[in-house]
Design a protein around this ligand. Structure first.
Ligand code: ATP
Length: 234
């Protein structure tokens, strides 16, 4: 059973502190939702785990391995997949070319790609299509498939349903559930309360760079005013 543990991350942009003692634990087969108002530091938390923002303090462990200070280029290979906000696909390139880049840069094998395509069969029919012409939901699935090319134990998704139509949102929710059921540990930044309530196992509320509280999803369902209290929704 795999496990990611972040302890005591501090991060700064210049002199402004964006993360304060940020700590989370994430187990395989569960979805942890990170919630917080705009500017709370959710994206920074993911970037610090990915190594593109350097923590000033704190540790990152994955499956007993210390990944603290490991360069960003080596983090995916260590087992952490990332679907950034806005997806960051090469929109002029085809579906296949985007996946191929995922394979090269992560130095992985084709069986992982086959597996990713089993999870997202819609992409198989679109391999030669320019990725910028896919629907929003399909583009998100492509970004998820690209992240799955490393057989990650953890996958982090930054607002994967942002800007999508309800039908596409349902498709992404199903895809996240498939990953979770495969035993992947999922860290999800998501603003949509319905999506959070339907897929999260736990919810962590963030404010001013800090985790203020964490609840099992049953507690949030039973007390939806928690959402209002911590993020002003619900
Ligand atoms: P959103 O929901 O709007 O994406 P967020 O919770 O993801 O918000 P972050 O993007 O992590 O928040 O931002 C946390 C804080 O750090 C904000 O005050 C933001 O203005 C600041 N910040 C983010 N990126 C940078 C940067 N590259 N340089 C300077 N400050 C930044």
């Amino acid at each position: 059973m795999s496990m990611m543990s972040v302890k005591g991350f501090d991060a700064f942009y210049g002199r402004s502190q964006a993360l304060r003692n940020f700590s989370i634990e994430l187990k395989s087969g569960e979805v942890l939702c990170l919630l917080g108002r705009n500017g709370a530091g959710k994206t920074t938390a993911l970037k610090t785990i990915m190594g593109t923002v350097r923590p000033a303090a704190g540790t990152l462990m994955l499956d007993g391995k210390d990944l603290t200070g490991v360069p960003a280029k080596d983090i995916p290979r260590a087992g952490i997949g990332y679907v950034p906000q806005g997806r960051r696909l090469f929109t002029e390139l085809t579906v296949w070319e985007n996946l191929e880049i995922g394979l090269w840069t992560r130095n992985t094998n084709v069986s992982a790609l086959d597996h990713a395509l089993e999870l997202f069969p819609v992409l198989k029919e679109r391999m030669t299509q320019r990725s910028g012409t896919l629907s929003g939901g399909e583009q998100t699935m492509l970004a998820m498939a690209r992240a799955m090319c490393i057989n990650p134990s953890v996958i982090m998704l930054d607002e994967p349903t942002e800007g999508l139509m309800p039908s596409a949102i349902a498709g992404i929710r199903d895809a996240v559930i498939r990953l979770r059921d495969e035993g992947v540990a999922v860290l999800l930044v998501e603003q949509r309360v319905d999506a959070v309530l339907s897929i999260a196992n736990r919810v962590a509320f963030m404010d001013h760079g800090e985790i203020k509280a964490e609840f099992d999803i049953e507690e949030v369902r039973a007390n939806p005013e928690l959402l209002h209290h911590y993020v002003g929704v619900g």
